[in-house]
Design a protein around this ligand. Structure first.
Ligand code: ZN
Length: 562
């Protein structure tokens, strides 16, 4: 579930911000028997194409060949996901290919991005092609299956429960029966293709840990047992960082049982991973340095999961559809997590693409004229890293009046907003602290007030009802009241460098203290005082509506080795 949790800065939050609703009377054109939404060009404009390149010059020739096979395996996985999302896709794709007229290209692009006829940017996933509503169970279940029918079947056939609720089966009708069909049968030809490509990649690489993972994953595709290959993935120590298989269950909005196929084919960024290892070794110092009394510090904290930095070479399936992820934390199998922990992978070239396509244009409109030049990608990259590291600092488990509890349980529905705001400001506080120690370069912290201010607006675009949106409004108002941010005469927001660091530290201290005390009332008071969107910010947010929501990645290396 980490991708949702990290929705915060790492943004999986989806809202249609950019697009105006179609006017009255615009009902869309019908071509053949396919109805096309009238606003395809505006929908398509929410995604801006960005080229994601990666440096593969350090790869051995064997690994380059392996990479080419992995891209091919990912293409097979992409086809499987298309069927999982909507089994009508093969037929629909032909109709979409035949569309004509001024909107045809936009409709084709949007269909490619959405992996089906339903808009992933709309809360209700409304159709933009045709008029059929999306079945909540996608095509993991019969389209007409109700939750009640599924539950009644399992209650009447308890021996079917395990197979029916399995991550790796689809549910089909067989006459008047319901049956669970394993993925290895349902998608056999595509899985055989993917499996063969993984074996070819295993034969090509000279890295033993990669070879082992790929061979085990190639087997897993044909027998639906991913445990051993998940364990091998945790042991992966290779210049190629690859994820391929059925992982997340978000696509199954009926029950959340079924795993969607996806692939991330990446190359590791050893320099960034090494920098990160240095930062992680500072975590005990950072915990001790928190702006709260020692008694509330969590000095016994155990070691955290490994974090790697990688560049995408190609992605496919679930991870390619709709809004692009900036990082993932896998595997999800609790048995593997208990035995081996889990691994976070931060996708650096995707961060860079979003920085260029979204954060820069946001900064151009939010910061005083000319100040957007002060933005810096490395500063933004560090801000995201330190946001993530900050989630692992500060109070977690609590004892209140002799009762064992957790911050999350005490802060209830306000927890996420408080925790996301904490991760933002504590991340900044920690960057300054490590710059003082000479661990983080000064060049990273100098642009930080500007990078951070633009980032507040990027986060607030998603609305203040959502945790990160509320968290950034709270930060903005606090800093305004402390004089660390000011609104210029022409309505722009400017950080006030003198006092910025101190105000950020003060807010970090306040948020950490409501967490340390498990104080719901304290959280409520902070949200009531600082959580209301003020007119100056609302005005600017309105102006950001025309900036794209996300990127449509182009991978020049997908033809690597061919
Ligand atoms: Zn976060």
């Amino acid at each position: 579930m980490w991708r949702a949790v990290i929705g915060c800065v790492l943004c999986v939050v989806v809202m249609s911000c950019g697009r105006q609703a179609p006017g009255p009377g615009e009902s869309g054109a019908v071509q053949g028997d396919l109805k096309v939404a009238p606003d395809m060009v505006a929908r398509r404009a929410q995604f801006v194409q960005q080229t994601l390149s990666a440096d593969i010059s350090q790869l051995s020739s064997g690994d380059r060949l392996a990479l080419a096979h992995l891209v091919e395996a990912a293409r097979a996985v992409d086809e499987i996901f298309r069927l999982q999302a909507y089994d009508g896709n093969p037929a629909l794709a032909e109709k979409v290919a035949a569309l004509k007229g001024p909107d045809a290209e936009a409709a084709r692009d949007y269909y490619r991005i959405m992996y089906g006829p339903w808009d992933r940017l709309s809360d209700v996933r409304e159709p933009f092609l045709g008029e059929v509503p999306r079945p909540p169970g996608a095509s993991f279940y019969p389209a007409d299956l109700s939750p009640g029918e599924f539950e009644a079947w399992v209650a009447a056939h308890p021996e079917d429960k395990e197979a029916f609720t399995s991550l790796f089966t689809v549910i089909r009708r067989d006459g008047d029966r319901l049956v669970a069909v394993p993925y290895s049968e349902a998608y056999r030809p595509l899985l055989e293709r993917a499996s063969a490509e993984l074996r070819a990649a295993a034969g090509a690489t000279d890295n033993a840990s990669l070879k082992r993972f790929l061979e085990l994953r190639a087997d897993a595709f044909l027998v639906d047992d991913y445990y051993q290959s998940d364990v091998a993935w945790m042991d992966l120590d290779s210049a190629i960082e690859v994820v391929i298989g059925p992982y997340e269950t978000y696509e199954d909005t009926l029950f959340g049982y079924k795993a969607a196929f996806e692939a991330f084919v990446c190359v590791a960024q050893p320099e960034d991973s090494a920098r990160l290892a240095v930062y992680k070794s500072e975590l005990p110092f950072l915990e001790g340095n928190l702006p709260i009394p020692d008694v509330h510090k969590n000095l016994e904290r155990g070691s955290e999961s490994p974090i790697r930095v990688a560049d995408e070479v190609f992605t496919a399936g679930d991870s390619r559809a709709g809004v692009q992820t900036l990082a993932f934390n896998l595997p999800n199998d609790e048995r593997v997590r208990e035995a081996k922990g889990s691994k976070k992978v931060m996708l650096k070239n995707m961060m860079e693409a979003k920085y260029e396509a979204i954060l820069r244009p946001v900064a151009e409109r939010v910061l005083p004229v000319g100040a957007a030049d002060r933005l810096d990608f490395d500063s933004y990259f560090h801000f995201i890293l330190f946001h993530e590291l900050a989630h692992g600092l500060g109070p977690g488990r609590l004892v209140i009046d002799g009762r064992s509890t957790e911050v999350r349980l005490e802060l209830k529905e306000l927890y996420s907003a408080i925790e996301e705001a904490k991760a933002d400001v504590l991340g900044v506080y920690n960057l300054y602290a490590l710059a003082d120690r000479g661990v983080v370069p000064q060049a990273v912290v100098e642009p930080l007030p500007w990078t951070y201010t633009a980032g507040l607006f990027r986060g607030a675009r998603f609305g203040t009802t959502e945790a990160h949106g509320l968290g950034v409004v709270l930060q903005t108002n606090f800093l305004l009241d402390k004089g660390a941010l000011r609104v210029t005469e022409d309505g722009r927001f400017e950080p006030v460098v003198e006092g910025f660091r101190e105000a950020v530290g003060e807010l970090a201290g306040e948020l950490l203290m409501v967490q340390a005390l498990g104080s719901y009332d304290g959280s409520r008071a902070l949200v009531e005082r600082y959580g209301q969107l003020r007119p100056e910010m609302a005005q600017l947010l309105e102006e950001l509506r025309s900036i794209p929501v996300d990127v449509d990645p182009v991978y020049p290396l997908q033809a690597v080795g061919s």
